[in-house]
Design a protein around this ligand. Sequence first.
Ligand code: SAH
Length: 211
Amino acid sequence: MDFARARRDLVDRLIESGHVERPATERAMRTVPRHEFVPAERREAAYRDRPLPIGEGQTISAPHMVATMTDLLAPDEGDRILEIGTGCGYHAAVTSEAVGSGTVYSVEVEPDLARQASERLDRLGYDVRVRVGDGFAGWPAHAPYDGAYLTCAPQSVPDAVVEQVRPGGRIVAPVGRGRQRLVRLTRRADGRVDRETHGAVRFVPMRESSG
Ligand code: SAH
């Protein structure tokens, strides 16, 4: 299968349908080899616009969702971004491309997924640091971040994650149980948080292991 061609066609369609707006998002979507992130038996489906199983009962988000979240996060070159829910590492790789010389810090609760994603991201040359941990605590050691996003759905965005983003920074997350919405929070300089609600989405629930 010609993966490069399939990827080009996919991104062309995402642009036509309005799912990719920012040039950095387009560049990232055109570059990251999604087929390297899905299980071998799913490779042929890697450039269809749909979620795919990645093991441990988890799924890699559909390409249009990764693109939409990257547009909403709107990271700049050089940014340091916090991700909660590494999964297979695909979304982190897209963010890594979008921040260029910046760094992505990613927290994953499932040790096997964290290890595999970390090895894969290293092999592919992405500057993504992966840590096994509970995303409800964020990753305080590297705060403040320029932005953050979640790829699993809590009932509301964890306070720790909001607090670890600098004033002016954004947080993109699916929130809710059952009925989920994509939200974007913006931390203002005066300490208040602006909230916008975007479309209905479906993500795996954020695991509340250690509460
Ligand atoms: N962005 C990923 C998709 C991940 S699916 C990708 O591109 O593949 C959501 C991930 O969130 C799963 O890997 C799941 O294990 C993880 N997760 C669920 N609850 C979590 C928590 N409390 N802290 C950190 N990660 C969590």
